[in-house]
Every structure is written in structure tokens, then in C-alpha cells.
Design a protein around this ligand. Structure first.
Ligand code: PRX
Length: 658
């Protein structure tokens, strides 16, 4: 790395010394270093101590870590517990019973609140309903619901009984839903009639009906429907049930099913570098411990906090920092049904002001879009709102550029709130590398230092650590309790994708990174064929397979290009079965292909640019030259070696993008 960049990375610091850690985080940089050392010297005691202190066990564990079958690490051997006991029951007797667990704001702006006691009762009643239907530990349940109190009830009712849930983001199509139902072998689906987002009503139940009609779903015995709008839906009397009806007349206590520490709490699908999404399997005890610890450390939580994470519960952020972490700590949290731009782009700032949010956690893509809106219409600028309740602000899901960071720090945090640029993944269960509030310096664009107990490093292709200021693979050298346990039904893929032998068995994150001379980490983006569009992870192969399944498409190559708002945008290079379409036809075909992708995967995967050509640039061995396509899509001069291209003349024949 050139010296100028290196000194920018090292010197572009923002002092954080005015922040006073007086909540549950690590009080000072010295104590942070001490904890890191403690984890290094007494690894098992370190984790065992936290597991004893922070979790309620029905049977205590006899051993902290079993690493006899790497990389299938097992944590808290012989321990059993129930996640909902740790998120709900404990609050019935610790003074939190009448405290609001959730402040829910609907798309329309209606607000409803639920206390810990009432949430506990709803979870128990719903769990009793599920139990009466015969669902039990180990069964799999797909949850396809909008942001609501009900989705939290559904997830916890599953956890109460040891049913493994798999939440599917409401923006995925019935085809994607079908793929997940089959992969996990679900016997139950919990959905809602519709969801409301940005003033629109979007059908969910009909997508479930469509998914089931795609076949091989005989394992599904019930579809339980939360009535969100009451608009009409199709109904199958012997399969479909209203959530309300199931809860009514149930007892308001349901005995928790205590599960083994390693029992899968959930499986969450995410994209990888093949055409098929991976079911990331998480544990119960280790996962919950890591959610709780990282909530405390990163956000310096306090009892009177109002926490708001704007993610959807269909992603890992919504699991760890909505469904589980905040409840485990007895915090009050805001859950929002809508989108940041409806009815206006001041929605987030209004909600922070109205609910007196003290910790705000959102994605760079939302910040970028709100920066744009406030340039166009100054009345939606955060300066027009009282955001003085904020203490810590966070960012998640994609790199936050130094400019966006600075805008967020200045205009939202008013230069008083540390920005927690949290680096982590679906697979890591919770934050891994993130600026703690006790750090003396923050660096815009850097996710800073690993949390204590997390042995992050940057290595070359043989697993050797690279010097500072040198790019390499981001790896985690030792296991941690919140880590992925398996890929559902695909142990081989789990081992080879995450623990390749040549990297000495380290966990391979799939991101490139480098460290500066202060040891701060800078994430350089994915090293595999995974895109990050608006913080959503999409596999290029997944989109390519969907495109070539269209009857008119012969070949497709998908790459990412940078985009001001969404971070990355999907670009599809298409070769049609017949001739390359005329510009007139291309407009219609591009529209048809976008709709096709919306149906095959979901609207989030629609290509922004579609470029038609006669064939794709390939090497003599038939490999598509993606780097070259990336240059074309980004409008760059092609200055890479093209001598290996089989068919060089095709480069001039790509159409403009449609
Ligand atoms: O590339 C990294 C990026 O998001 C990927 C993980 O995506 P997903 O599993 O969907 O989880 C998103 C929510 C944690 C990572 O491999 N990423 C996540 N956080 C950051 C980031 N890139 C840079 N900086 C971050 N803070």
C-alpha cells in the first residue's frame, strides 16, 4: 500500500475520549487489552466465566469447549438451557416484568407497546397452540412475516419448544421460499396475510401458497397466518389457521423445553459462491451468549436504554440484535415495520425524536439514501430534529465510506456518539471486529479492533500472517461460542468453505482485509463471488442460474459495480439464444428478465444494468473473464492482459446497458 494511503489510514483519527463508559461495556482501553490477554492465556476459563455469569442454565456445563472433531466445535458440553427462559422468564422476577420490551411503530405510524410480562404470556400461549398441534423439539418451521411483535412471538414460541426456525426475508419470492422449505424439510410455516411497507400492501400468504404449490411440500402440515391487514386471501380449511385463534384459550404458561447447549436455535439462509443458498446453522447457548455479550460490549447498554436496530428480522442482524440480544438484556427496543423514506425521508429522525432512542443501529445504504434526500430537500435533514437522546450509533452490513461515516457522526451523532462500525457476518452470529466505546480513537471507514476472545488476523494463501498495510484474507484463528455450527445438510461444504486446509484450519470469512500500523482492520470487500447490494448478500452464481433458466437466455454472467446508493449494483451480461436484440427489443427483454429475477429470487436481486452481447469473454479454457466484465460495467479502460481471451472481437460488441 502506498505510504500516502497508509498515513491516511493511520492518521485520520477521530478522538473518542469524551465518551464516558458507564454502562455494561468495557470501561477503558487498558481493560480491553487486559481482557484480550485473559482470553489468550486462559481461553476456556474466559468463555466459561461469561457463560456462567450471563446465561441461566437448567443444567450447568461440565466442559467449555470440545475441539476433538475440528471444525465441528462444540461449546458448553452437557449444559442445557432454553433461550426464551434467558430472554423472557428471567425478566418476570428481576424487576423488568412491567417494562416495555417492544415499542412497535407500524408503516402508518401507529404505535403499540408490549411489556416483558405480556410478551412472555403471548409466547407461552402461542407455544401451547403449537404444542397442541403436535409440533415438537427438532421440527423445522419457516417464518415468513413482516416486522411485527408477532414475528418475535413466533420465533420465541419455536425456541420455547426447541423447534428450529428459519426466517425467510419477506422480500424473497415464492420460488426462493420453496427452495428453503425443501432444503430444511419444514413441517410448519408461520406467515401473515400481507405486509405493509412504504404505504403498499404486499401479499405474503399467497407467496406461501404459491411456494407450496411448486411441489414436494407434503411435509407441511399447517400454515399459521398472522392477520396484519385483513384483506382477502385464499384459505385451506384443513391446513391454514389464524395465529389469533391458535393463541386464544391457551394457558398463559408453557413449560420451556430445555435443550442441549448445541441444539440448533435456527438456520438462516445466505448466499455463497455457488448457485444454492447455504443454511447457516446456529446453536442455542453459544449463540445467545455471543448476542448478549456483544450487545453489552458494543453498545455499552444500560437499563434505561431505548435501542433501535432498523434491520429486518429476515437477516442475521434482525436475529441477533432484535429477536434475541436486546431481550436477553431486558432492554426496551423499537421495532419498525416500514421503510426510511415513507412517508418522507425524515422518518428515522422523527422516530428517534419521538421514542427518545439512545442507541441507533442501521446500514450504510440507508444513511447514503438519507444523505441524498436531505441534499434535495433540506426539511428532511436530521438537523431539524432533536436527536439528543442518542448515545451510541452503529453501522452494519457493508463498508461505510469515510465520507458517509463523517456525515453520520456529525449530523446524527452530533460529534458526541461513537460510531460502531460493526464487522461481522451471518456465520459469526454477532459482532467480531468493532470499535468499542472505550477506544480513544475512531477511524472513519475502519471497523477497528477485534473484540476480546476473537483472534482475527490477515493471512496469505498459505495461512501465514501478512505484515501491516498488506492485503490478505481475513481469518479468525480460534473458535468462539457464536460461530456457525454447520451448513444445514451439507457438512462437506461447511468444512471446505469455512475451514480450508491450506489456511491451517482458521475460519475463512470470505472478506479481504488489511491492518494499519495501529492494528486497526480495514475491510476491503469480498474475495468470492458474493455481492453486497444495499447490505443484502447476493451470490452472482445464484442470479446467473436464475437468468439462464429463462427460455430466451443462452449465457449469463453477473458481476457487481459500485453504486452511490446501494453500495454495489447487480450488472448482468446476457447472450440470448437468437441474435443480439435490437436496442428497441432490448428494452422489453431487459424488463422481462428483471421481472423474471424478481420471481425467481426476489426484487432485491434484480439487475440494475443489463448488457447484451454476442458472446462472453472467455479464456481458452472456457472461464468467463469476470475482471474484464467488471471493467466494462464500471466504464473503466481495459488495461488488463487480454491476450488470453479466446474471442477478443466480442468486446466491441456489447450493447449499452438497459
Ligand atoms: O463483506 C462483509 C460485509 O457483509 C458480509 C456479511 O454479510 P451478511 O452475512 O449478510 O451479514 C450482514 C450483517 C452482519 C461480510 O462478509 N460486511 C458486514 N459488516 C461490514 C461489512 N463490510 C465492511 N464493514 C462492515 N462493518
Amino acid at each position: 500500500m502506498p505510504n500516502a494511503i497508509q498515513s491516511f489510514l493511520t492518521d485520520n483519527k477521530v478522538s473518542n475520549i469524551n465518551y464516558n463508559v458507564s454502562g455494561d461495556s468495557i470501561p477503558s482501553y487498558d481493560s480491553y487489552k487486559k481482557l484480550c490477554l485473559e482470553a489468550e492465556n486462559n481461553f476456556e476459563e474466559f468463555w466459561g466465566g461469561y457463560a456462567t455469569k450471563l446465561l441461566s442454565w437448567s443444567k450447568t456445563f461440565s466442559k467449555v469447549l470440545d475441539d476433538s472433531n475440528k471444525p465441528h466445535y462444540k461449546w458448553f458440553i452437557d449444559g442445557s438451557m432454553n433461550v426464551t427462559v434467558n430472554c423472557l422468564d428471567i425478566h418476570l422476577t428481576n424487576g423488568n416484568s412491567n417494562k416495555n420490551a417492544i415499542i412497535f411503530e407500524s408503516d402508518d405510524g401507529d404505535v403499540s407497546k408490549i411489556t416483558y410480562k405480556d410478551l412472555f404470556v403471548r409466547v407461552c400461549k402461542f407455544a401451547n397452540g403449537l404444542k397442541n398441534l403436535g409440533y415438537k423439539i427438532g421440527d423445522r418451521c419457516i417464518i415468513y412475516m413482516p416486522m411485527s411483535i408477532e414475528v418475535i412471538v413466533a420465533m420465541h414460541a419455536c425456541a420455547r419448544l426447541g423447534i428450529i426456525h428459519s426466517v425467510v426475508f419477506g422480500g424473497f419470492s415464492s420460488k426462493s421460499l420453496h427452495e428453503r422449505i425443501l432444503d430444511i424439510g419444514a413441517s410448519l410455516i408461520i406467515t401473515s396475510d400481507y405486509q405493509k411497507r412504504g404505504g403498499k400492501q404486499i401479499p405474503l400468504k399467497s407467496a406461501v401458497d404459491d411456494a407450496i404449490s411448486l411441489g414436494n411440500c407434503d411435509s407441511i402440515t399447517n400454515v399459521i397466518v398472522y392477520k396484519r391487514t385483513g384483506s382477502s386471501i385464499n384459505w385451506l380449511d384443513d391446513r391454514d389457521l389464524w395465529m389469533d385463534d391458535l393463541e386464544n384459550n391457551q394457558l398463559d404458561y408453557c413449560a420451556p423445553v430445555f435443550v442441549d447447549a448445541e441444539h440448533p436455535l435456527f438456520v438462516l439462509y445466505t448466499s455463497g459462491s455457488t448457485g444454492k443458498p447455504k443454511g447457516i446453522q446456529h446453536s442455542s447457548a453459544g449463540y445467545l451468549l455471543w448476542s448478549k455479550m456483544t450487545m453489552q460490549w458494543t453498545f455499552d447498554t444500560r437499563d434505561d436504554d431505548i435501542f433501535w436496530c432498523t434491520a429486518d428480522v429476515g437477516w442475521i442482524t434482525g436475529h441477533t440484535y432484535i429477536a434475541y440480544g436486546p431481550l436477553s438484556l431486558g432492554l426496551t427496543q423499537v421495532i419498525f415495520e416500514g421503510i426510511p423514506t415513507y412517508p418522507n425521508s425524515d422518518r428515522f429522525w422523527k422516530m428517534i425524536e419521538n421514542h427518545k432512542v439512545s442507541i441507533f443501529y442501521t446500514a450504510p445504504t440507508a444513511i447514503r439514501s438519507l444523505i441524498k434526500s436531505s441534499c434535495i430537500d433540506p426539511s428532511v435533514h436530521p438537523d431539524n430534529f432533536d436527536l439528543s437522546s442518542l448515545r451510541v450509533i452503529g453501522s452494519v452490513g457493508e463498508p461505510i465510506s469515510p465520507d458517509t461515516w463523517k456525515w453520520y457522526y456529525k449530523n446524527v451523532g452530533k460529534e458526541n456518539c461513537p460510531v460502531a462500525d460493526t464487522w461481522w457476518q451471518t456465520e459469526t452470529g454477532g459482532h467480531m471486529i468493532t470499535p468499542l466505546p472505550c477506544l480513544n480513537y475512531l477511524k472513519p471507514g475502519s471497523c477497528s479492533l477485534p473484540l476480546p476472545g476473537i483472534f482475527a488476523s490477515v493471512v496469505d494463501e498459505s495461512g501465514e500472517e501478512v505484515p501491516n498495510a498488506t492485503g490478505g484474507f481475513l481469518v479468525i484463528k480460534k473458535p468462539w461460542p457464536g460461530m456457525i455450527r454447520n451448513i444445514w445438510g451439507n457438512t462437506e461444504r461447511f468444512r471446505t468453505s469455512y475451514f480450508p486446509e491450506e489456511l491451517k484450519g482458521y475460519y475463512l470469512a470470505g472478506d479481504g482485509a488489511q491492518r494499519d500500523s495501529d492494528g486497526y482492520f480495514w475491510i476491503m470487500g469480498r474475495i468470492d463471488d458474493v455481492l453486497n447490494v444495499s447490505g443484502h448478500r447476493l451470490g452472482t452464481m445464484e442470479i446467473e442460474s436464475a437468468l439462464v433458466s429463462h427460455s430466451k437466455v443462452s449465457e449469463a454472467a453477473v458481476i457487481g459495480r459500485s453504486d452511490d446508493t446501494t453500495g454495489e449494483a447487480v450488472v448482468a451480461f446476457i447472450v440470448m439464444k437468437g441474435d443480439k436484440p435490437s436496442n428497441e427489443d432490448a428494452v422489453n427483454i431487459a424488463k422481462e428478465l428483471r421481472n423474471w429475477i424478481a420471481c425467481e429470487i426476489g426484487p432485491i436481486a434484480k439487475p440494475k444494468d443489463i448488457i447484451f452481447g454476442d458472446s462472453l469473454p472467455k479464456t481458452r479454457s472456457g472461464k468467463i473473464m469476470r475482471r474484464l466484465l467488471r471493467s466494462i460495467a464500471n466504464g473503466e479502460n481495459i488495461n488488463q492482459d487480454t491476450s488470453t481471451i479466446e474471442n477478443i472481437s466480442i468486446l466491441d460488441k456489447f450493447s449499452i446497458s438497459f
